[in-house]
Design a protein around this ligand. Structure first.
Ligand code: ADP
Length: 175
């Protein structure tokens, strides 16, 4: 695992980083879960800003200010809904991580925090989603020197345990 990657348990809306990632839906007009929490914490100007973006396709990412959040920016990405794994869910989830990291690097941001995209209401199996998140981030960091810190923020104990276990298994495999 790249040493710039950290796994923490907590609430992403409290993170003092350059940018937090939102697991949004196509409309970008707010929803439940982490999306609802981010909009509540950022205040109504976030919704107004999202309303100008024209939505977002699955696997893509768009950036706004963070308004009342401690984070300066929010990257909104749309994870795939799990339909059993035969609708390119893996590919779309990988694209969420790649596009979010590339957008952060493009804006020369140095610290980013991710939630466990698609693993809530969108029902993507947690272990597979965690492997994709860590694999894509490791691969991206190997080609990038602008990002200094990538935090995976696990909201509940089960997610935290799975991230730690998958990260440990990655470290065993890599030299
Ligand atoms: P999705 O629709 O992409 O599945 P959800 O918001 O339903 O998104 O869930 C994604 C993950 O975000 C889940 O692990 C959920 O527990 C977690 N989550 C919910 N609220 C927060 C929060 N405030 N901070 C970090 N993670 C959160």
């Amino acid at each position: 695992m790249d040493p710039r990657i950290e796994i923490r348990q907590g609430d992403i809306t409290h993170m003092q980083v350059d940018v937090i990632v939102n697991a949004a839906n196509h409309t970008l007009l707010g929803g439940g879960g982490v999306d609802g929490a981010i909009h509540r914490a950022a205040g109504p100007r976030l919704l107004a800003s999202c309303a100008t973006l024209g939505g977002c396709a699955t696997g893509e990412a768009k950036i706004t200010d963070g308004y009342r959040l401690p984070a300066r920016y929010v990257i909104h990405t749309v994870g795939p809904v799990w339909h059993g794994g035969r609708q390119r869910e893996d590919e779309h989830l990988a694209a969420c991580y790649r596009h979010s990291l590339a957008l952060a690097a493009h804006h020369t941001l140095t610290s980013i925090a991710f939630p466990a995209i698609s693993t809530g209401v969108y029902r993507f199996p947690l272990e597979g989603a965690t492997r994709i998140a860590l694999r894509e981030t490791n691969a991206f960091l190997a080609t990038d020197s602008s990002l200094q810190q990538v935090i995976f923020v696990c909201f509940d104990a089960r997610t935290f345990e799975v991230y730690r276990r998958v990260a440990a298994s990655f470290s065993e495999q890599l030299p």
